[in-house]
Write a protein that binds this ligand. Structure first.
Ligand code: NAP
Length: 287
């Protein structure tokens, strides 16, 4: 059953059109280079329309992996494909693992607090997830490789790609957790103080410090950098002709790079240029 006729799951024509347009997403994100307004996270603003951070992240980021799984379960039937090759399921599995962490575990169970999100940011992120799910889902569920033969001869590249993907994901999780630890420590401190004074703790919303561990010694957005490594490895698994994996990586970089540069300016303003030191924004030694 189609959720949206010819889109979820996509017809071949629609999938090809979307994949073509999707390559030009970096043109849309060019606005981030000139506009400093980004009402989310560190730069969130007060608005009565704001969505609470945790709910916002969980709902906007879930759309991608749910859409992908839905396409994987429905499109092959429509196309008369009995069984998708294991390579397709491996890639889908990696995608789902990442987004179970990003959309469910991280916001709903691990993050001590998350700043509110303006609905506009939520809408853009939700649209990103849906377009990405259709682009990748279409390739994995019938318009890309459809037999084990299509993957044959590429096992070494796939294995190396999977190792890079896994290290990238672990690096992303490690650095995410280093940021969480800042607020967990603040929370412990507040609770101790509050207990002594017989008051209730103030809460750790909007508490920021300069992160220092791991790659944070060299860049302020080490978690972004690791995520790019992760999706570069994943592209390698799919092969250089896997254009949806290429678009995904390039589109992520195109939106996260200006965000990281804006974040560096934010850190310098809040803590001072001397405290930030020689650290780059996101790529060690480079940017
Ligand atoms: N933003 C994007 O466009 C994008 C796209 C794809 C993937 N991702 C991935 O999603 C994850 C989160 O991205 P993000 O843009 O929300 O990252 P972020 O701005 O660094 O925030 C991550 C979390 O850490 C907290 N935090 C950030 N800096 C902190 C500091 N200096 N001290 C204490 N707490 C701090 C944030 O709290 P607040 O919310 O209160 O600021 C938030 O809960 C990353 O792993 C990233 O790779 C992001």
């Amino acid at each position: 059953m189609a959720i949206i006729e010819n889109w979820l799951p996509p017809s071949r024509d629609n999938w090809e059109t979307l994949c073509y347009i999707w390559q030009f997403f970096p043109v849309v994100t060019a606005i981030q280079w000139v506009l400093d307004w980004y009402p989310q996270g560190k730069t969130s603003t007060e608005s009565r329309f704001n969505i609470p951070g945790k709910i916002g992240w969980a709902t906007m980021e879930s759309a991608g992996f749910m859409g992908l799984v839905y396409i994987m379960l429905t499109l092959p039937q429509e196309l008369g494909i009995k069984e998708l090759p294991w390579g397709n399921w491996t890639m889908a599995g990696c995608f789902v693992i990442h987004y179970l962490y990003r959309a469910i575990v991280s916001p709903l169970f691990l993050n001590p607090s998350m700043s509110p999100i303006h609905p506009l940011v939520w809408i853009f992120a939700f649209a990103f997830q849906i377009c990405n799910a259709i682009s990748i889902g279409g390739w994995l569920a019938g318009y890309g490789p459809t037999t084990d033969n299509d993957w044959a001869g590429r096992y070494w590249t796939m294995e190396i790609g999977l190792v890079i993907w896994a290290w990238g994901l672990l690096g992303n999780m490690f650095h995410d957790d280093d940021l969480r630890e800042i607020r967990r420590t603040a929370d412990r401190k507040q609770r101790k103080e509050a207990e002594k004074q017989g008051k209730s703790p103030e809460g750790v919303d909007k508490i920021y410090m300069l992160p220092k561990n791991g790659l944070f010694q060299y860049v302020l957005y080490a978690h972004y950098f690791c995520e790019w490594i992760e999706w570069a490895g994943w592209w390698m698994v799919g092969g250089w002709n896997c254009h949806p994996a290429r678009s995904f990586l390039l589109n992520e970089i195109s939106t996260m790079l200006p965000r990281a540069l804006q974040g560096k300016r934010w850190y310098e303003k809040k803590f001072g240029k001397d405290k930030v030191g020689s650290r780059k924004a996101v790529i060690p030694g480079l940017v």
